[in-house]
Design a protein around this ligand. Structure first.
Ligand code: ZN
Length: 217
């Protein structure tokens, strides 16, 4: 048996759209080879730029930070579920009532928003999020993490309303994987997901290089 690796990560580059109000992503040169004999980049960014993971410290003052969370929380058996959504629509329990979700799965949702990845349209319109009932249903299934091709797990309307999807998920101790791409390549399949964060003391989120590892018979 061999494996195939699908990259689920958006490209970080100057000018990529970021969450409204967040600082822009900027890569500049601290030193360049021409002058100093070595290239050293300087990165300025929100911890939520591009494909990233949120951990409890994001919304809970005493919540676990990246240092407190072991690597195994950010990888494992996963399933990707196709839930096509238009602007203003939410992910509800009915969307995954018949999905093969198992305890300890990392559950990823493809709404189609990934088609906007890397464009200003990613944070335009009312992106889809999760209803509080959907989060409750996933937590009660014993899942290990949730995520998707979403700009945020809370829609703009839910964000105005205190970000219930973030708060419920993080209070349950589950990582949230946001702004994944290429989920179209893995919907309906089971695979091994890796979305490891950087080890940032006090960190509430981190960019990740997310991949799906598929077993090919
Ligand atoms: Zn985030």
């Amino acid at each position: 048996m061999s494996t195939r690796i699908i990259d689920l990560t958006a490209t970080l580059r100057d000018g990529i759209p970021v969450y409204p109000g967040d600082p822009p992503f900027r890569k500049s040169w601290h030193t360049i080879y021409e002058e100093a004999g070595v290239n050293v980049a300087k990165l300025e960014m929100s911890a939520h730029a591009g494909t990233h993971v949120d951990v409890p410290r994001h919304f809970l003052e005493q919540g676990a930070d990246l240092l407190a969370l072991p690597p195994h929380l950010f990888l494992g058996e996963a399933i990707a579920i196709d839930v096509p959504k238009r602007p203003g629509e939410e992910i509800t329990p009915a969307d995954f009532a018949h999905a093969d979700i198992r305890a300890s799965d990392i559950v990823l949702f493809r709404t189609g928003w990934e088609e906007r990845s890397g464009t200003p349209r990613f944070f335009a319109d009312d992106w889809p999020g999760f209803t509080p009932e959907a989060i409750d249903a996933l937590i009660s299934k014993g899942v290990k993490g949730i995520g998707g091709d979403l700009a945020s797990v809370d829609s703009p309307a839910a964000s105005q309303n205190g970000c219930p999807a973030h708060k419920k998920t993080l209070a349950a101790g589950l990582p949230i994987f946001e702004a994944l791409t290429n989920l179209r390549e893995v919907v309906g399949r089971r695979f091994f997901f890796v979305g490891l964060p950087l080890k940032i003391e006090g960190g509430e989120a981190s960019p990740i290089r997310a991949v799906a590892i598929l077993a090919e018979v």
